[in-house]
Design a protein around this ligand. Sequence first.
Ligand code: ADP
Ligand code: MG
Length: 367
Amino acid sequence: MDFQQVFGKPPETQASAPGRVNLLGEHTDYNDGFVLPTAIPQSTMVQLGFSSDASGGLRLRQHHFYSENLNEQVSISDINHTPSGFASYIFGCIELLQKAGYTIPSLCVYVKSSVPMGSGLSSSAALEVATLRALRQLLNLPIDDVEIAQFAQQAEIQYAGVQCGIMDQMASSLADTEHILFLDTRTLERRVMPLPEKAEILVIDSGVPRTLAGSGYNQRRAECEEAARSLKVKALRDITDVNVTKTLPEPLQRRARHVVTENNRVLEVLQGVTSERFGELMNASHASLRDDYEVSVPALDRLVEILQKTEGVFGARLTGAGFGGASVALVRSGESKGIATHVLEQYNQAGYNGQILVPSLGLTDAA
Ligand code: ADP
Ligand code: MG
């Protein structure tokens, strides 16, 4: 089904936005720290058209959203708007623009994506940013890419009910596949930098669902807040000397040590590092997430260990909140598919169901 088949006319405009993967700086965003995501080749495309119907004969707006991935259509009017599921992300973007003073007409919205949903590659941010880009284009809105990320984050928080930081939306809005985005999550200071030399990104899912991710994540957040309170700082980002954390009781000491060393690893990249050094920092990040932050699981440790031992891999670590989910590796240019085949052969022999997410096999860019 394309736009024409769903809505009976061609779209007025379209825009797309990529998913993302975080290369370094894990569990640092809620500590006001530093992150280093990059865009992935998979993207979400949003097409827009004007909808002519007004609900109930009144001059109310009536939107129609269709997702090709879900093969699902949802209609939302001004008087009946408690959208759930994918419609809440799109409706949130529309409503926030409306509240900011822009007049948004009734819309037909068509969504098509190659970003895997719910795998930690931020299909949600890609959907929001693509929606906002398409709206900016259709209505000539004077909003820049940072404002798009901010509207997108608020749509996810206020309408989809996800308490997210701004990393995903900033990455989708400002990064591309050739660049990494350094982001200071406190000040939003940022720098777009080239990917490390002669290197590319490989993302492999462990096949282990992130079952404990919710409770574990909340517990880690609480531990970090307690550690910051004990050290009398606003957030752990304010600690730069790892020795300062030695005064903390366990497990707070280890949690704080992860955050401080992880921030320092990101800052080292900012100074400019080789691909080899970048890889070492990723390996150190994994060890820290496993031993100090305790958010890894045996499957992820195994997958990362195989990756790290494989020729052509600069470095590898778990990515995302942990407790399952995906790994990310920095590998020699042009070798990611061969490396993935080799790694998955070994990993899946142990009974796991790992699969390659980036680069995408078979799936083409939606745009
Ligand atoms: P992630 O962002 O890591 O992929 P999330 O749980 O944050 O995982 O977001 C996934 C949700 O985003 C989906 O359940 C769906 O509601 C919405 N979504 C993302 N992409 C699409 C799409 N192409 N079509 C419909 N819904 C989508
Ligand atoms: Mg998401």
